[in-house]
Design a protein around this ligand. Structure first.
Ligand code: ADQ
Length: 469
């Protein structure tokens, strides 16, 4: 088996798995892949270097739990322009269809290119001739081209964890063509589902005039051949189930059950991000209480949302908005002995999350747009098969393609519609055991089988089967 070199914006050491989970779904997935293949995980340490302007290739190597990590610090200017700027204030909102939040700044675009160049410079000496190289996510779209420019001839794959926007939105990005041309230096490009893959192929055909073979995802352009395929990411099933067997999980479950007593617990767990539809979710719950005031005493909603990307302005806004909305509904609906919404701004271990999910009879996963959404799968994976809870899922999450099964599976909603969310909550509360079991059965097979190991295996074996030009 070829050695694997994983390159992503951030690197998480395996021991810190619980904490890493709060940073995003990437960490657990990549640690599992690296353990199997051996090799190196390269990226930013998350630390700021002493020099505020320039970043050096000062690589910090560490070996932990079978995985070697190689990290560099970034200067405050690089963090500002590349990470907070172009990656999270331009690409992230644009790729989540939020043109209203997308900022186009020449300086941050330059910072993005500079850091991609730096990544290529620092990681190149670590690469051996037969290594498979796997680049991750929107922070590093042009990295393949930068590696090729340094003479790297290895097979290089790229996986996009977030959606790829429709062409009409994507062309609002200045220099969009240049960016996509750099991506065609990869051998394999993976997307979370067919919808994003088709958008990418559409762009290549319409805007670049590339020759595209839809069925195989083959793109031929200026003498290069690239394959674009869908690889829906899954959860680390074994790890998550093992966490579910711990005392920590049992304790968390009991804690939630005893604190909610005879009320039904409904849960949401998300990074605090405007793409996750949190204010819209609260509006939906509020609508449900308006329509069913008699249920205020029967239902409690727990929203766990650790803050993320706090240096980006739009994230400060979403936090303030959410606090305001939760405050409003609690102000209007609380009694001395009850508060309808518990809003918690912190991360929890996967064991604790397992316990909370199991105690909650309804899981609310209502992003406005999401590449996949692993929380939806974790919620179902944590349920008691004999008495499962109900997953309410946004039709705009990548996971919807797998978890809506012929009208069974998750209860699908339009996350922009408070009425839709309110109706789904009513449906979930009244759902008979037999239907809950049938819906659970419709989802659990794919969640167990299409897990993160299957995901890494299929991406890596497809990458190994490609031939660089
Ligand atoms: P995220 O946007 O971070 O990931 P998601 O897929 O839901 O979204 O992954 C979040 C992970 O963090 C889950 O494993 C979850 O358990 C964990 N987490 C969330 N809140 C937590 C908390 N309070 N405490 C501890 N852990 C918490 C991006 C894309 C997604 C895509 C993933 C993986 O935006 O669409 O599914 O990458 O590709």
């Amino acid at each position: 088996m070829e050695r694997l070199v994983v390159i992503s914006n951030r690197v998480a050491v395996p021991k810190a798995r619980g904490a890493a989970g709060a940073q995003g779904g990437l960490a657990g997935a990549l640690n599992a892949a690296l353990k199997d293949h051996g090799g190196i995980w390269f990226g930013w340490s998350g630390q700021e270097s002493d020099d505020s302007d320039d970043t050096d290739c000062n690589i910090h190597l560490q070996r932990s739990d079978g995985v070697t990590t190689a990290t560099i610090d970034l200067s405050s200017r690089d963090i500002d322009e590349y990470y907070n700027g172009y990656a999270n204030a331009t690409l992230w909102p644009l790729f989540h269809y939020r043109l209203d939040l997308t900022q186009y700044e020449r300086e941050t675009a330059k910072g993005y290119e500079r850091v991609n160049e730096l990544f290529a410079e620092c990681v190149s000496p670590l690469i051996e001739p037969d290594d498979l190289i796997w680049v991750h996510d929107y922070h590093l779209l042009p990295l393949g081209e930068r590696l090729r420019a340094r003479g790297i001839k290895n097979r290089i794959g790229f996986f996009l964890h977030i959606p790829w926007p429709p062409t009409r939105l994507f062309v609002s990005l200045p220099f969009h063509e240049r960016l996509v041309r750099t991506m065609l230096d990869y051998d394999l490009i993976g997307f979370q589902n067919d919808e994003w893959r088709e958008s990418f192929l559409h762009y290549c055909r319409k805007e670049l005039g590339a020759e595209v073979e839809e069925a195989t995802g083959t793109i031929r352009f200026e003498g290069r051949t690239v394959i674009a395929r869908a690889y829906p990411i899954g959860i680390d099933w074994d790890h998550f189930q093992a966490q579910g067997q711990t005392d920590e999980a049992a304790h968390a479950e009991q804690r939630l059950l005893s604190s909610t007593r005879d009320r039904t617990a409904m849960i949401g767990v998300d990074r605090l991000d405007y793409s996750k539809g949190l204010p819209e979710r609260i509006d939906g719950i509020s609508r449900f209480f308006d329509q069913h005031p008699e249920c205020v005493r029967d239902l409690v909603f727990i929203q766990i949302a650790p803050p993320s990307r706090e240096d980006v302005e739009s994230y400060q806004h979403i936090r303030a908005l959410l606090e305001q909305k939760a405050g409003q509904i609690n102000g209007a609906r609380s009694e001395v002995d009850l508060v309808p919404i518990r809003y918690v701004n912190r991360g929890y271990s996967h064991a604790e999350l397992f316990g909370f999910f199991r105690a909650a009879k309804i899981g609310l996963v209502t992003p406005l747009r999401d590449g996949m959404n692993l929380v939806a799968k974790e919620y179902v994976a944590a349920q008691d098969p004999e008495d499962p809870g109900v997953l309410i899922l946004s039709r705009f999450a990548g996971a919807a393609q797998q978890l809506e099964v012929d009208g069974a599976g998750a209860v699908m909603v339009n996350p922009y519609s408070p009425d839709d969310i309110a109706q789904a909550i009513g449906l979930a509360l009244d759902m008979p055991l037999q239907e809950r079991k049938a819906r659970y059965e419709a989802m659990i097979g794919t969640i167990r089988a299409d897990n993160v190991q299957a995901w890494t295996d299929s991406f890596c074996s497809d990458l190994a089967a490609t031939r660089p030009d």
